[in-house]
Ligand binder design. Sequence first.
Ligand code: KG4
Ligand code: ZN
Length: 325
Amino acid sequence: MILSIESSCDDSAIAVTEIATKKLIFHKKISQEVEHSVYGGVVPELAARLHAEALPRILEECKPYFEELKAVAVTSSPGLSVTLIEGVVMAKAVAVALNIPIIGVNHLVGHIYSLFIEKETQFPLSVLLVSGGHTQVMEVESLESIKTIAKSMDDSFGESFDKVAKMMNLGYPGGPLIEKLAKDGDRKKYNFTVPLHQSPLIAFSYSGLKNSVRLAIQKADESDYKDIAASFEHIAAAHIIQKLKKYFKEVPPKSFAIVGGASANLYLRSQIEELLKPYGASLLLSELKYCSDNAAMIGRVALEMYERKIFSSIDELEVCPKSVI
Ligand code: KG4
Ligand code: ZN
């Protein structure tokens, strides 16, 4: 079995995955949403302290599997350095104590493999990753071949939902809160501009849209918030659709996947489903419980890395806040 640890942001999670069957034997996640909600976003030092409390408590529950462990995997990049370190230090301690190898996993690769928890992989695949930290289109052929086609030049899709929710004093995380508010709103009421709509670049940008929404909120009263939320959600999704359309003209999709916490957004899902129809392309989604951060996806990547003997040395494994893919 492989023990996997995730602490890149505000979820403390540990999983145990059986190597031969890919079966998830154990998975537990303790989220910190309530603690960060009053601040309207993740406070890194608070998150680190909460990981330091939660991770040992979850690890305690994994003790019955210790004898079976062949490796320990941990998210080492990208994420908040002060929270990543909590997981990495724990993984190193487990590796030393049990004399097993350590595997450093990229969190973004984890989101891709969230599609294949307890399943075989299915490549090649075009992937849209929409999370709190990233908005990225990737072409994936294998673990070794992940090519980034487009990414955000500033804020991410999920982050823009978090910021708009904060402006409306709704709490954190903003994605589900804005989606709920937008359901009863008029998507056409506010005419926000689609970001980069005149640019030939296949890239994303959410900071301009966020500022337009800020101005609208300043002029509005609370009864207008649902229309602002609906119009914002519409344009945030339209931006992705416009850029994907452009990309699909060059490379028509065959298999397409949406991963990451914000892939739970039903409006974005439905718009992408429509876009894929004429191509007859299939749409892959992670199970809802594995869209947001979790340790099962880190364990799934670790299975692949274990098979290829991609281990890190305990001395050299470091946290890296920025992504390398
Ligand atoms: O993947 P994830 O759990 O953490 C990161 O790796 O960042 O993604 C969290 C992000 C947050 O920004 C959250 O607001 C957003 O995903 N999110 C959503 C929805 N559910 C979560 N954004 C839009 N609509 C949603 N339904
Ligand atoms: Zn994530």
